[in-house]
Design a protein around this ligand. Structure first.
Ligand code: NAD
Length: 453
């Protein structure tokens, strides 16, 4: 099938590459000329396991192309996927300017029936606004062209995006009952047929419910995380071990084990902004989402947890003190630094006068870029980036762990002890067992399994 993807970011690039891998003819559009040039020269703008190979293979086969040519992109695909960003506006609502700009471009250039697929995470009612924007453009040039807008939210996880796209738990598609809506349904059914071979994974619903489903999923996941983080902080105070508690409750199938890990807070481009946007939608309808307000507040506080533990252990004034930090990306297997808890920690350490040596397996380049914006050049000079994790440890008061990269799971604890000034680990992701740490002579503080509160 001929497919256009508008917005070649995390979601757009993965969607485009994976659909090309299945034999579709995919045209990826972006307004960012540098990104398109990079992709056309064989480069890849993001770190995502398996993606580079798929992009290279399908470019070489002529099934995947990258361009900034809007008219050509509209002409290409019967299916026009909108996968542009929907960042938070000043009031927390989703900023739809990129989605609506993409819609207007389609309306301006389309000459025959198109299905517009909203893949970006967009508030309930956005499909109507997309349709209105297209209709306005058509009216402007007095064109009569049929189209249908469907909602097909994306559930992939950064760090496992290719795998998630290729083996989805579910595919959610919202469409309407109009003639165009039925045609759109048939085309979407055809497109996703390869994913439904073993069993049907597609949930068909009305457009508004599909739009809502994406926010409901992210809000639920964020709620589980904040719930466990709040309990973990109490566990620290009462002397319980949150990991034991997690296993104790996860074994109940009504609760389950997933997404029950206490830590240094959630980040990334999705949970923070989607929780805010859903709250904002509710307020527009005169309802307050009390649970989600608390989820957000708990998470904002939790991003300071490692900073608080550092202060509890080393004092308020960190002048002249040096710390090692492992992990900068908001989660493993990605170089995404958006809303990463490491940014809050580093700002806090630097503001209190400390110097820091940091290591991340893939996010160093992106981290330098965002930390320069966060801290400014002068303060960034107090952050040293090291290529190897162990090189960050020399002369540090303690090792602070922010991202649960696999490579950090079984380090050489003897070397850690030797290189640190004091054998202290403050672990924001509960990677190690407190008993084992005591056994190897390391003072260890996790989240919800520590004496530091
Ligand atoms: P991103 O910022 O990585 O990519 C968006 C891309 O769109 C950018 O390359 C930008 O240059 C481009 N763009 C903006 N306006 C454009 C236009 N008018 N025409 C063409 N290109 C344009 O964003 P992302 O992380 O891929 O997220 C995209 C959407 O998918 C968001 O709504 C997000 O909430 C949702 N989503 C993201 C994830 C994730 O893990 N990143 C998962 C599920 C859903």
């Amino acid at each position: 099938m001929k497919i256009t993807i508008i917005g070649t970011g995390y979601v757009g690039l993965v969607t485009g590459a994976c659909l090309a891998e299945l034999g579709n003819d995919v045209f990826c559009l972006d307004v960012d000329q540098k990104k398109i040039d990079l992709l056309n020269s064989g480069g890849i703008p993001i770190h995502e396991p398996g993606l580079e190979e798929i992009v290279a293979r399908n470019r070489a086969a002529g099934r995947l192309r990258f361009s900034t040519d809007v008219a050509a992109s509209v002409a290409h695909g019967t299916l026009q996927f909108i996968a542009v960003g929907t960042p938070p506006d000043e009031d927390g609502s989703a900023d739809l300017q990129y989605v609506l700009a993409a819609a207007r471009n389609i309306g301006r250039h389309m000459k025959e029936f198109k299905v517009i697929v909203d893949k970006s995470t967009v508030p309930v009612g956005t499909a109507d606004r997309v349709a209105a924007a297209i209709r306005e453009e058509l009216a402007e040039r007095e064109a009569k062209v049929d189209f249908s807008v469907v909602s097909n939210p994306e559930f992939l996880k950064e760090g496992a995006a290719v795998e998630d796209f290729m083996r989805p738990d579910r595919i959610v598609i919202g469409h309407d009952d109009s003639h165009g809506g039925q045609r759109a349904r048939d085309l979407m059914k055809l497109l996703y047929a390869p994913f439904n071979r073993n069993h049907e994974r597609t949930y068909w619903m009305d457009v508004r419910s599909a739009e809502f489903t994406k926010y409901a999923a992210n809000a639920m996941l964020a709620t589980r995380i904040s719930f466990m983080n709040e309990l973990a902080n109490l566990a620290d105070r009462v002397g319980a071990d949150i990991e034991a508690v997690r296993q104790g409750i996860g074994s109940d199938p009504r609760i389950g084990y997933s997404f029950l890990y206490a830590g240094a807070g959630y980040g990334g481009s999705c949970f923070p902004k989607d929780v805010q946007a859903l709250e904002r939608t509710a307020r527009q309808y005169d309802q307050e989402l009390l649970i989600l307000r608390a989820v957000e507040a708990v998470n904002d506080r939790q991003k300071h947890i490692l900073g608080r533990k550092v202060v509890a252990r080393f004092g308020e004034d960190l002048t002249g003190k040096h710390f090692a930090v492992w992990g900068l990306a908001f989660k493993p297997n990605t170089d995404d630094m958006r809303e990463a808890p490491s940014r809050v920690l580093l700002r806090e350490l630097i503001e209190r006068g400390a110097t820091v040596a940091v290591h991340d397996p893939v996010a160093m380049h992106e981290a330098k870029r965002v930390l320069e914006l966060d801290l400014g050049t002068a303060k960034l000079a107090r952050v040293r980036f090291t290529d190897a994790p162990m090189d960050a440890l020399d002369d540090a008061e303690a090792l602070l762990i922010v991202t649960e990269w696999k490579a950090f799971r079984s380090p050489d604890f003897e070397e850690i002890k030797e290189r640190l000034k004091h054998p202290v680990i403050l672990d924001g992701r509960n990677l190690y067992e407190p008993d084992l740490m005591t056994g190897v002579g390391i003072e260890y503080h996790g989240i919800g399994r520590s004496v530091l509160t």
